[in-house]
Design a protein around this ligand. Sequence first.
Ligand SMILES: Cc1cc2nc3c(=O)[nH]c(=O)nc-3n(C[C@H](O)[C@H](O)[C@H](O)COP(=O)(O)O)c2cc1C
Length: 232
Amino acid sequence: MKIMWAITGAGHLLKESIEVLEKLSDKHEITVIFSNAGLEVVKMYGYYNKIEKIIGKNPNNQVVTEEEEKYSYPLSGKLTYNHYNQIIISPTTANTTAKIVHAIADTLVTNIAAQSGKGQIPLIIVPVDQKAGEITTTLPPHIDRNLCQQCKTCSAKNICPTNAINPPEIDKSKCIQCLQCENACDYNAIITDEKMKLYIREIDAENTKKLEKIENVTILNHPKEILENIIN
Ligand SMILES: Cc1cc2nc3c(=O)[nH]c(=O)nc-3n(C[C@H](O)[C@H](O)[C@H](O)COP(=O)(O)O)c2cc1C
């Protein structure tokens, strides 16, 4: 089966989405597309390398970025022609959800959502803002500037296999989330799993509800549900 997986700029459910993407890539041909924010956020969390590995599994797999596609998003017009069987958007930001429920198609991902309906290709959406109220989310890895001593010899920098540590910064485009730096720093300045509380707004939760009214769309609460819900 040929699957297109869209990643938008949400940190929430990102790790879980990539885990499922990896599983699907064992059996299926995958095209990963990114919104501009999606590409940035994936790099901030240090997951780009993992996605490159997933794409490398099959010569027919590919990555398409919003920037490459410019303004008319030709890829979206070719969904049927290129025989995609399933489209998945996970994680889906509040922004992309709001645009989809209002039938706005002005980004690569919202164009793909619109065209999947026009081409009757099943679309799965995993929105991040589901219920109004408090959620806990994980921040991208970073160096705590108050704790970092900018040591002459930085043990975290030395242990990093990709040269991503440049105190007091982590080069997110190089970070591969191996987490070896976390224990190497004597001052515990490398923070890889910091949690933060956020509040989902009513309007964003309402938009998520409205997604259910769109034909051809399956809404799921968690990426792991994708495995039972893709068409076979
Ligand atoms: C580190 C980071 C994490 C983010 N996480 C979320 C998130 O979980 N949910 C969300 O709706 N927006 C999140 N955003 C904000 C979106 O990236 C932003 O609204 C963006 O414009 C969405 O564009 P897109 O929908 O085209 O991907 C995050 C931004 C950053 C920098």
